[in-house]
Design a protein around this ligand. Structure first.
Ligand code: ATP
Length: 292
């Protein structure tokens, strides 16, 4: 048996987000298209002789106690397989924290996959996806990866083939700015009588066929009305990244990360020039295929 596994844990972006009604359990129904990207954390999982689950991380904003989603995922894995936990996890964080890029959910997904390999447990798709959904609504998507249309709280997934030619993805993360997903949803105000029911099939097909011009006409993120309104500096980043190019620029999830989708790397590099001197981190990445 192996005693160490190194596994990559990718971020996701939301190509559009429709916030529907609030459910009796206080969660919102949503519709969104999700896509994994090459920006990723690295997890090292090691079986040790000491009992318990210990997490080490190079980013002080990430909790290393039982509130870390890695801990929750590992705990559920050991419980399911009736194993005694004796695990050491090193998390090298590249995905900005509380950014709308599902970093924590992705780390949980990578933990489930990594532990299955470490303990030589066969990965039965419906079993591991069910376990993932008990940890968080984004966890099943990042576990499978690639491209999906999501409904429900984001856990009802319809996977699709990602575009043959990957898009170049620019991620812009304002420094020292975190947005709580709960805060964004709690402050969202519905506008009356809107019907966006058919938009997401169209968004998906424009996205798959590389038709950025149509995508730009169709796509929206409802949570921009909360986050961009409260943080004009994020609205400004969106404006700068969008100007003078044909890319699609949108906020991911509840923000504050803003992404740009481009066909060519040189277009992406031109677009980020305007951000020079601003307190932001910029990542030039690309869309990725599924993990499983
Ligand atoms: P989502 O897009 O799923 O809403 P997010 O990208 O906005 O997620 P995360 O980076 O997952 O947000 O972090 C949200 C909070 O979760 C952090 O502020 C942190 O306290 C907590 N957290 C728990 N586990 C992790 C983890 N492994 N990595 C990062 N944050 C974590």
């Amino acid at each position: 048996m192996k005693n160490t596994i190194i596994i990559s844990s990718p971020a996701k972006i939301n190509i559009g987000l429709w916030v529907k009604n609030k459910r009796p359990d206080n969660y919102h129904e949503i519709a969104t298209v999700m896509q994994t990207i090459s920006l990723a954390d690295t997890l090292t999982l090691k079986e040790t002789s000491e009992p318990g689950i210990k997490i080490f991380c190079d980013n002080k904003d990430v909790p290393t106690d039982s509130s870390n989603l890695i801990y929750k995922a590992a705990e559920s894995f050991f419980k399911l397989h009736k194993l005694e936990p004796n695990l050491w996890v090193k998390l090298e964080k590249k995905i900005p924290v509380a950014a709308g890029l599902a970093g924590g959910s992705s780390n949980a997904a990578a933990t489930l996959l990594g532990l299955s390999k470490l303990y030589e447990k066969s990965v039965i798709l419906h079993e591991i996806m069910d376990l993932a959904s008990t940890i968080g609504s984004d966890v099943p998507f990042v576990l499978y990866g690639g491209l999906a249309l999501a409904h429900g709280r984001g856990e009802k997934l319809f996977f699709h083939e990602p575009p043959k030619t990957p898009y170049v993805v620019v991620i812009v993360m304002p420094n020292n700015l975190k947005v709580s997903t709960k805060w964004a949803y709690d402050n969202f105000v519905h506008s009356a009588n809107e019907s966006k029911a058919r938009a997401f099939d169209k968004i998906l097909s424009a996205y798959q066929s590389g038709d950025i011009a149509s995508l730009k006409k169709l796509v929206f993120n409802d949570l921009e009305s909360v986050t961009l309104k409260n943080y004009p500096e994020i609205a400004r980043i969106k404006e700068i990244l969008s100007s003078g190019n044909n890319g699609l620029v949108l906020m991911s999830g509840s923000g504050p990360a803003i992404f740009g989708l481009f066909k060519e790397k040189r277009e992406a590099l031109m677009a980020v020039k305007g951000l020079h001197g601003l307190p932001v981190d910029v990542y030039i990445e690309h869309t990725t295929k599924k993990n499983l």
